[in-house]
Write a protein that binds this ligand. Structure first.
Ligand SMILES: Cc1cc2nc3c(=O)[nH]c(=O)nc-3n(C[C@H](O)[C@H](O)[C@H](O)COP(=O)(O)OP(=O)(O)OC[C@H]3O[C@@H](n4cnc5c(N)ncnc54)[C@H](O)[C@@H]3O)c2cc1C
Ligand code: SF4
Length: 345
C-alpha cells in the first residue's frame, strides 16, 4: 500500500475495540485505542460465565489484550472521548480540554450502557434489599461470592424477570435487547449449580433464543436444572417485613393473575445506547437511529459505516449483540476500513 502508515483512532477498548485495533494493526495501520476506564475489556470484565458454553470471559479478554501489544498499537486508558469532528482532511478527537488527537479515520466501538433498573420503580431495585440486576449477579458469581439474601440466608426461591427496560414503551425502549433471554437461562443454570435446592422461575414475555445452540440450553435448563418458565410480565414487587418479596404478575398463558413469594429477584436489564452517543452526534459527525444507537449507512450492505465517510463503527454501539457477533462485527469493520484506504490510493 502506497501511503502507509495511516493513523486510525479506535474509541472504546471493549472486545469490539480490541479486535478491530488488532486486525488493523496486523494489516499495517497505526492505531490509537482510547478507553475511558482504567483497563480495557469493557463489560466482559464484569461477567462470570459466557453463554452458550459457560466459558470464562477472562480468556476472551486476555487473548484480545495480548494482541494489543502489537508495535502498531498505542493504548491510552482513563481517557473519555467527548467530541469528534472533521478538521480538513483529518478527524479530530477531544477528551475535554486535556487531549486532542488527529486521525485519518475513526472506528467507534463505545459499546452499550446498562438500563438503570431503578427507573422501573415498581420492581423495587435500589429500594428492596433482595432485588438485584443480572449485572449484579454476574459480578457476584465472578467474585465467587456465595448467593445469599441480604440477611445471609440461602434463597429457596428466585424469580428471574425478563425484558427489564426493553420492549417497554414506558421505559422509553421499544426494541428487544436480544441477549437477555439467553443470559437469563445461563444465569438460571448457574444458580441451580450453586443452589440445587432453590426453585428458579423465569418470567418472560416471549423467549427470543436466536443462536443455534440456545434452544438446547433452554431444554437443559428445564430438564437438568429444573428451571420453570412462566409466560407473564411482572406488574410489581412488594417487600415483606422479613425482607422476602411478593411478586404480582399475570400468567398470560392461563390468563390468570399470579402472586408468588420469593427470596430474591433478578432483573434482566436491557442494553441501552452508550452515553457517548449524544456527544458524537452533537455536531453532526454521526447520526443516531430511532433507538439512539449509531445509525449505519445501509442496514444490509454497510453496517459498519456511519453516515459520515471515514467514521466506522463496530460492536454494541450499533445494536445489542453477543460476544461472538461483536467479534465478527469488529472484523468486518476492520475490512471496511482497509477497503476505504485502498479505494483512496
Ligand atoms: C448482563 C449481561 C450478560 C451478558 N452475558 C453474555 C454472555 O454470557 N455471552 C455473550 O456472548 N454475550 C453476553 N453479553 C453481551 C456482551 O456483554 C457484549 O456482547 C459485549 O460486552 C460487547 O462488547 P463491546 O465492545 O461492543 O461493548 P462494551 O463491552 O460496552 O465495551 C465498550 C468500551 O468502550 C468504552 N467507552 C465507551 N465510551 C467511551 C468514550 N467516549 N471514550 C473512550 N472509551 C469509551 C467503555 O468504557 C467500554 O470499555 C451480556 C450482556 C449483559 C448485559
Ligand atoms: S432478549 Fe428476551 S428478555 Fe431481552 S428484551 Fe428480548 S425478549 Fe426481552
Amino acid at each position: 500500500m502506497m501511503n502507509k502508515p495511516r493513523h486510525i483512532a479506535v474509541i472504546g477498548g471493549g472486545i469490539a475495540g480490541m479486535e478491530t485495533a488488532s486486525r488493523l494493526a496486523q494489516a499495517g495501520y497505526k492505531i490509537t485505542l482510547i478507553e475511558k476506564e482504567r483497563i480495557t475489556g469493557g463489560h466482559l470484565t464484569q461477567w462470570s460465565h459466557l453463554f452458550p458454553d459457560s466459558s470464562d470471559p477472562a480468556i476472551v479478554v486476555s487473548r484480545l489484550s495480548s494482541a494489543l501489544s502489537h508495535q502498531n498499537i498505542k493504548v491510552i486508558t482513563s481517557t473519555e472521548i467527548t467530541d469528534i469532528s472533521k478538521n480538513g482532511q483529518y478527524f479530530n478527537l477531544k477528551s475535554g480540554s486535556e487531549m486532542s488527537l488527529n486521525a485519518d479515520a475513526i472506528v467507534v466501538t463505545s459499546g452499550f450502557h446498562l438500563f438503570d433498573a431503578s427507573r422501573k420503580e415498581e420492581y423495587g431495585y435500589g429500594l428492596f434489599d433482595n432485588v438485584l440486576t443480572s449485572a449484579d449477579l454476574e459480578l457476584m458469581m465472578k467474585n465467587e461470592k456465595p448467593i445469599r439474601t441480604a440477611s445471609g440466608k440461602k434463597p429457596r426461591r428466585i424469580a428471574i424477570i425478563h425484558c427489564v427496560g426493553s420492549r417497554d414503551a414506558k421505559a422509553g425502549n421499544t426494541y428487544c435487547s436480544k441477549v437477555c433471554c439467553i443470559t437469563g437461562i445461563k444465569q438460571a443454570i448457574e444458580l441451580n449449580k450453586r443452589l440445587p435446592e432453590c426453585e428458579i422461575f423465569c418470567f418472560y414475555m416471549d423467549l427470543r433464543l436466536y443462536g443455534s445452540s440456545f434452544d438446547g440450553l433452554y431444554l437443559t435448563a428445564q430438564q437438568k436444572h429444573k428451571v420453570q418458565f412462566i409466560r407473564g410480565r411482572l406488574s410489581e414487587a412488594a417487600e415483606k417485613p422479613d425482607k422476602s418479596l411478593q411478586i404480582k404478575a399475570e400468567d398470560t398463558l392461563s390468563g390468570r393473575p399470579l402472586r408468588m413469594d420469593v427470596d430474591m429477584i433478578i432483573l434482566l436489564v436491557g442494553m441501552e445506547p452508550g452515553i457517548s452517543h449524544n456527544n458524537f452526534s452533537r455536531n453532526g459527525s454521526v447520526q443516531l437511529d430511532e433507538n439512539g444507537f449509531l445509525k449505519c449507512k445501509d442496514v444490509h450492505a454497510a453496517r459498519n459505516l456511519t453516515t459520515q465517510t471515514g467514521i466506522f463503527m463496530a460492536g454494541t454501539c450499533i445494536c445489542p449483540m453477543s460476544v461472538s457477533e461483536t467479534l465478527e462485527n469488529a472484523r468486518s469493520a476492520a475490512l471496511e476500513v482497509i477497503n476505504y484506504f485502498e479505494r483512496k490510493m
